[in-house]
Design a protein around this ligand. Sequence first.
Ligand SMILES: *Cc1c(COP(=O)(O)O)cnc(C)c1O
Length: 495
Amino acid sequence: MTNDVIGTSRALNYEEPLLWEYAPAESGGVDFAPLANTSNRTGIAARKNIGLPQLKEPQVLRHFVRLSTKNFSIDHGFFPLGSCTMKHNPRLNEKTARLAGFTGIHPLQPQSTVQGALELMFELQSWLAELTGLRGVCLTPAAGAHGELAGLMTIRRTHELNGQGHRKVILCPDSAHGTNPATAAMCGYEIRVISTKETGCVTVENFKAALGDGKDVAAMMVTNPNTCGLFETEIKQCAKLLHAAGGYFYCDGANFNALVGNVRPADFGVDVMHINLHKTFSTPHGGGGPGSGPICVVENLMPYLPMPCVVKDQNQYKLETLEDRPTSFGRLKGFQGQFGMFVRALTYMLSHGQDGLKQVSSDAVLNANYILASLKNDFHIPFPDRTCMHECLLTDKIQKEHGVTTLDIAKTLIEYGIHPMTVYFPLVVQGSMLIEPTETEGRETIDRFIAVMKTIASDVREGKTDQCHENPISTPRRRLDEVRAARQPILKATL
Ligand SMILES: *Cc1c(COP(=O)(O)O)cnc(C)c1O
């Protein structure tokens, strides 16, 4: 038989062609013969043949089931992506999210019939306020980046309604996550960079240089701990200077897993912060579900938050309207946000309790420092005098002398059955590898990761580098041109 018939699937791993490659539109299937003596009575143009592939139901089902198994997820294995907090989503979260009283309701139902759901949202707002020290909470944003937009629009609205609309600059460190400057630009702001090159942190000196007289500064956007995994030790003084100059401190809360239960961001000067429920509070992400990015603000920014927050009016919970709070900048999203994620996040909070959440961040920090300490003699550590927070940063500096780069190391991890860490981010550190184990990984998993990393380092030291350049060799695809795939995606079969 020809290879066309035998195919290239091996060992129950299937090559998965596009549906059009299985079955061109004109092949097979059944078309009913046109009925005689009928006319179109719908008043709209008859649909032409749109060229769908002709397949049997089991073929379609198998196609999509096989595609679904090609995703790697936290439920498959260790997923140490720095900055992403890929932590286990406890199945208790799923159980509560599936309670009929939550899944069977509709956002257009009268509020008197969904008091339980509104109470849950109110309770989640209260927990977030308590944990951040920021009193005003709006749950609607649908992701971290959406929360950033909500936060900056809140700040912009505040300045505009207080005669400060001329403030056009956002201060942003060079190590920032790409969404920070992107959000600022989307809000019409100019970005002024705070250099963090020497220390990995925002120093008072470099902050002052970026602030200038501060008259044109609307806000600074900083994540703490920052994207190098370091706690910003001078941030409180910077926040003071910023506030004195009339600006607000926006904290990117993506790294809150390092602090939750131990530090309240309001205590180091934060005015506005988004929370990634899908990072810190274990709701699924990475192909597993929608995100959710509530924002928290200090009291004096509460009037300007987006619509709607849940408020308690005597014994009734209700969604605010613009009549209740006309200074709001309005709505960002249909309805009330990702309700299923609210249920999961609150479940996670209640099942951990105050002491449990404190333990979460302590363990996350411990796990990252364990990796850092175990690998410090094998890999270059860019900021060697610091302990890290919930993620640790290595580089390929030592391996590069033997021609092996961060990319080669990442691809070799795949060959060993480990999903790579975040690579080449933050951009301020050359050849960076950002590793975030989270608190949900056990000692065995972390020890295996360390052992594999040590093996790679010792192979490179001994000059066994050919394999590193070849890896991965066992995957169905080897090294892809990822940039081209992102820039020129081919989404249509050209048969
Ligand atoms: C994940 C992340 C974001 C964006 O959050 P999304 O939910 O992916 O939109 C922003 N900043 C940092 C530092 C992050 O790690």
